[in-house]
Design a protein around this ligand. Structure first.
Ligand SMILES: Nc1ncnc2c1ncn2[C@@H]1O[C@H](COP(=O)(O)OP(=O)(O)OP(=O)(O)O)[C@@H](O)[C@H]1O
Ligand SMILES: [Mg+2]
Length: 323
């Protein structure tokens, strides 16, 4: 059985283990979910989960004149996600992959509290999520920085919003620490238009981390970057994650990126009515480096499995489009 679903509550992550902080779920605590991990059906014990998705569905009401991203046709109600359940333990790094338009951002936005599920619920430490909260830090694909504010200003704004009673000195200290953490020292006074894409993304990561969230949510954080910058930032995220061990959920289209960073990879089917097809357990030891990961005996097998999944689902999308 995967270590993520063990009922004993002992994370094997080593340092930063916060499994003793796990509180029992207050809702649906007796419901167990079955899904497939590494080709085996696993019955999940939800009492060990930090994040629990319970039968999440999302239906977008149809609007006249609007085209569906997936089919290119005007549509009535659109079922983006159907009956998706997942439990995520503390201190785990989870990646979500799936064909374009399958509902990954929709799911992440529901977890972030930026959007609500049509049915089902998201629980964090047993509490139902119905709005954004400082327990979740979000890194957006398009950076979402305030263009008139400096690097420092963007991060400080988030800190002030979440910790309004904190002293100015302490707020500044947090801003400085997080600028250092992502390697932006020297660029504090620059505005977003003066930064490269990689630097903007670092500001987005620093801003998310500065509010000290328990959970880091990232929607294709490196999607807009060139391969080299992307590689550097992946290494940075791995380094920061080793230090902080926050629970992380990252959407990515990159198989290599998911394998480098994740403990688990959630593979979504195509939409409409997307669901979880399979969850892969990534057994590579930590701390990780690229070469060691690529040389691990399971690397090629997992990579092939993900490639096959993406190819199959994307081909099915194309076939539907042609029909
Ligand atoms: N506000 C909305 N109204 C109607 N349909 C929507 C809305 N937002 C998303 N959708 C539809 O829901 C489906 C899932 O969209 P979503 O953006 O979650 O996909 P995704 O997996 O993140 O795609 P990508 O990989 O391209 O970022 C798409 O078919 C999209 O057209
Ligand atoms: Mg998306």
């Amino acid at each position: 059985m995967s270590r993520f679903f063990s009922s004993g509550g002992n994370s094997q992550n080593g340092k930063g283990d916060k499994s003793d902080l796990v509180r029992p779920l207050v809702s649906l605590s007796n419901s167990t979910t079955n899904y497939r991990v590494n080709k085996q059906t696993v019955s999940i014990d939800p009492s060990n989960a930090q994040i629990s998705l319970r039968h999440i569905s999302k239906v977008f009401p149809g609007r006249k004149g609007w085209l569906n991203k997936l089919t290119g046709q005007a549509s009535s109600d659109f079922v983006a996600i159907e009956d998706m359940s997942l439990d995520i333990e503390h201190n785990t790094f989870v990646s979500i992959i799936g064909p374009s338009g399958c509902g990954k951002s929709t799911l992440l936005n529901i977890i972030a509290g930026l959007s609500s599920a049509t049915s089902g619920e998201v629980l964090i430490d047993g509490q139902i999520v119905d709005k954004p909260g400082s327990d979740r830090g979000m890194v957006f694909q398009n950076y979402a920085l305030m263009p008139w504010m400096t690097v420092q200003g963007n991060i400080k704004f988030a800190v002030e919003t979440v910790f309004p009673k904190m002293s100015e000195i302490q707020q500044k200290r947090i801003v400085k620490e997080n600028i250092q953490l992502v390697g932006l020292t020297g660029a504090e006074k620059k505005r977003p238009h003066e930064l490269s894409g990689g630097m903007r993304q670092r500001v987005g990561i620093a801003r998310a981390l500065a509010i000290n969230p328990q959970i880091l949510l990232m929607d294709e954080p490196f999607g807009a970057l060139d391969a080299l910058t992307r590689g550097f930032l992946q290494d940075e995220i791995e380094r920061i994650w080793e230090q902080q061990r926050k629970t992380a959920i990252m959407i990515t289209h990159s198989i290599e990126e998911a394998l480098l960073l994740s403990d688990r990879i959630v593979m979504m089917t195509k939409g409409p009515a997307a669901r979880i097809d399979e969850v892969l357990d990534v057994p590579f030891p930590r701390p990780r480096d690229r070469t060691a990961v690529e040389e691990h005996p399971d690397y090629l097998k997992l990579k092939k499995e993900m490639e096959d999944h993406l190819y199959r689902e994307t081909r099915a999308v194309e076939e539907e489009r042609i029909r």
